[in-house]
Unconditional design. Structure first.
Length: 255
C-alpha cells in the first residue's frame, strides 16, 4: 500500500472541506471505493488541495468503512465518526460507549477528532446519553462533540443540558444542505448561530445530481448511490431523482 501524500498546497485551502468516506469498504453495503489502494489515491488527492479532515460513521458499510480506514496510513489527518441508534434505545449509555470503542478499534486509534450523535433516539432520556458522552470526552476518546440530523429544538435542549451540567458542549452540527434541500435554513441555522455551533453540510451536490454527471433517463450504475435496488439507492432516488431537478441542472449547464 502506498503512503498517503498529505503535503498540502495551502493556496488551494479556501474553505474547510471534509472528505466523506461513506462509500469506502468491501463489495456490497453501498461501497464504491473497495480497496485500500483506491482509498489511498483519493485521500492523497484530497490532501494535496489543502484538506486534512475525514468523516465516517460506525454504521457505514456495516462498520467496514472504519475497518478499511484503519488499514490506511492517516498520519497527519483527523477523523470524525458517529454513533447511530440502529433501534429504539440505541443511544443508551452503554451502547454509546460500545459504539465509540468499536470505532476506535476499527480505526486503530485511541481517539477521534469529532464524535457525533448521528440521529435522535427518542426512547432514551437524552440526559443519560449526554452523561455517557461527557464521560467519554473526559477519558480523552474524542476532542469535539457534534450532533447530526437533530431538529433545532433538540439541539437547543442538548446544548443547555450540557451547559447546566458542566458537560462538553456540542460545537459542530452535520446536516443535509444543498441548493435543493434548504428546509433547515429558517430554524436550524438560527439556532446554531445563536449557540455558536458550526455547520458542516453533507450531500452538497445532491449525491452527484448537481454535477451534471447523471441524466434523468440514463442508466444508473449498479451499486451506485442511485441504484434503486438498494435501500440507500431507493432513498437517494426518492430524494433527488426528479425530472424537474435534472431540467434545472440542464439549464445551468447551458448557461
Amino acid at each position: 500500500m502506498s503512503a498517503i501524500d498529505n503535503k498540502m498546497d495551502k493556496s488551494n485551502a479556501h474553505m474547510r472541506v471534509i472528505l466523506g468516506c461513506m462509500t469506502f469498504g468491501p463489495e456490497g453495503g453501498g461501497a464504491r471505493v473497495k480497496t485500500t489502494e483506491e482509498a489511498t489515491k483519493i485521500i492523497s488527492t484530497f490532501c494535496q488541495y489543502g484538506h486534512t479532515a475525514l468523516d465516517t460513521a460506525r454504521i457505514y458499510t456495516d462498520g467496514n468503512t472504519e475497518k478499511m480506514m484503519g488499514d490506511l496510513d492517516l498520519h497527519g489527518l483527523t477523523v470524525d465518526t458517529k454513533c447511530f441508534p440502529l433501534q429504539l434505545g440505541g443511544l443508551q449509555p452503554e451502547k454509546v460507549k460500545q459504539s465509540l470503542q468499536e470505532s476506535l478499534e476499527a480505526l486503530k486509534t485511541d481517539k477521534v477528532h469529532v464524535f457525533y450523535l448521528h440521529a435522535p433516539d427518542y426512547a432514551t432520556p437524552i440526559e443519560d446519553t449526554l452523561k455517557a458522552v461527557n464521560e467519554l470526552y473526559k477519558q480523552g476518546r474524542f476532542e469535539v462533540f457534534g450532533l447530526s440530523n437533530y431538529p433545532a429544538w433538540i439541539v437547543a435542549q442538548i446544548y443547555y443540558l450540557c451547559k447546566s451540567n458542566g458537560y462538553v458542549l456540542p460545537t459542530v452540527y452535520q446536516g443535509m444542505y444543498n441548493a435543493l434541500t434548504r428546509h433547515i435554513e429558517p430554524e436550524l441555522f438560527a439556532c446554531l448561530d445563536e449557540l455558536g455551533i458550526r455547520f458542516h453540510a453533507y450531500n452538497p451536490l445532491c449525491g452527484g445530481v448537481l454535477t451534471g454527471a447523471y441524466t434523468y433517463h440514463g442508466e444508473v450504475e449498479q451499486g451506485s448511490r442511485f441504484d434503486p435496488k438498494s435501500k440507500q439507492g431507493a432513498r437517494y432516488c426518492e430524494r433527488y431523482w426528479k425530472k424537474e431537478y435534472f431540467d434545472a441542472v440542464k439549464v445551468l449547464k447551458e448557461a
